[in-house]
Design a binder for this molecule. Structure first.
Ligand SMILES: C[S@@+](CC[C@H](N)C(=O)[O-])C[C@H]1O[C@@H](n2cnc3c(N)ncnc32)[C@H](O)[C@@H]1O
Length: 227
């Protein structure tokens, strides 16, 4: 078995609600995102370097002020797809509720469930090009995951001291292959590099609409997780 190296680091830094202003996180974002061309950020806040930015809150610096899920559905990438997605949503259901309250709305039970995250990840995951990135921030290291076609390449833990939760930053790369009824099919170069240790997750072939995409796979796996 070939062991794949995942870069991991733990650095102490002061917390901020504007995640990308935190020193070690800014450094990581700069390293992957560069000038931001071709990057998407559905929860842009105040500091996003991405070319395509959205934030529900009209006071935030973003080109669009939509529900993140609607923004991701609306975007149409130039082939072969977007360079990457920055995913820095509210980190808990409580933060989700507070966000809606600030905007004078009431969170529904679906807003305060895993659906809040999957409804944004699912419509964007297929639009990232092979070899592109997903950089996710939060209180866990789940990221987009293999079932959406991503492999983990770097984890950064930012420790904020006392009883604060760490901020967990996960960098994943879009798998360089395509989805078949048997799961992800690797292109030859990727197979040579990671093929022996990569185990594609099974995909249910008939999703009822004839679509075989990682979005469909993700939707199916969410259904399976919920049942
Ligand atoms: C953790 S902050 C992002 C901070 C940003 N990365 C930065 O460094 O400036 C999360 C952002 O998501 C926005 N947000 C929360 N729920 C949203 C939703 N359903 N759709 C779009 N934006 C949302 C909030 O307004 C907030 O600015």
């Amino acid at each position: 078995m070939i062991a794949m190296t995942i870069l991991s680091n733990r650095i102490a830094a002061q917390a901020s609600k504007w995640t990308f202003s935190i020193g070690p996180i800014k450094e990581l974002i700069d390293r992957y995102v560069g000038n931001g061309i071709g990057w998407v950020d559905p929860f842009a806040g105040m500091n996003s370097p991405a070319e395509f930015t959205n934030d529900h809150n009209p006071d935030c610096k973003a080109s669009y002020h939509m529900e993140a899920a609607d923004f991701c559905k609306m975007l149409v990438p130039e082939p072969p797809g977007f360079a990457g997605v920055l995913f820095d949503p509210p980190y808990s259901y409580r933060q989700v509720s507070e966000h809606y309250k600030v905007l004078g709305k009431k969170a529904t039970p679906l807003d305060t469930s895993t659906q809040f995250y999957s409804r944004v990840m699912n419509p964007i995951c297929d639009k990232i090009r092979p070899g592109g990135y997903a950089i996710s921030c939060g209180w866990n290291s789940n990221g987009f995951g293999k079932h959406r076609g991503f492999e983990l390449i770097e984890v950064l833990l930012v420790a904020h001291g006392t009883h604060h939760n760490d901020t967990v930053v996960v960098v994943e790369r879009k798998y360089n292959g395509h989805l078949t009824g048997d799961g992800w099919k690797m292109t030859a170069d990727v197979e040579r590099t990671i093929g022996l240790q990569f185990k594609p997750e099974p995909v249910i072939e008939d999703v009822g609409c004839g679509i075989k995409s990682c979005q469909a796979a993700a939707a199916m796996s969410a259904i399976q997780e919920d049942t």
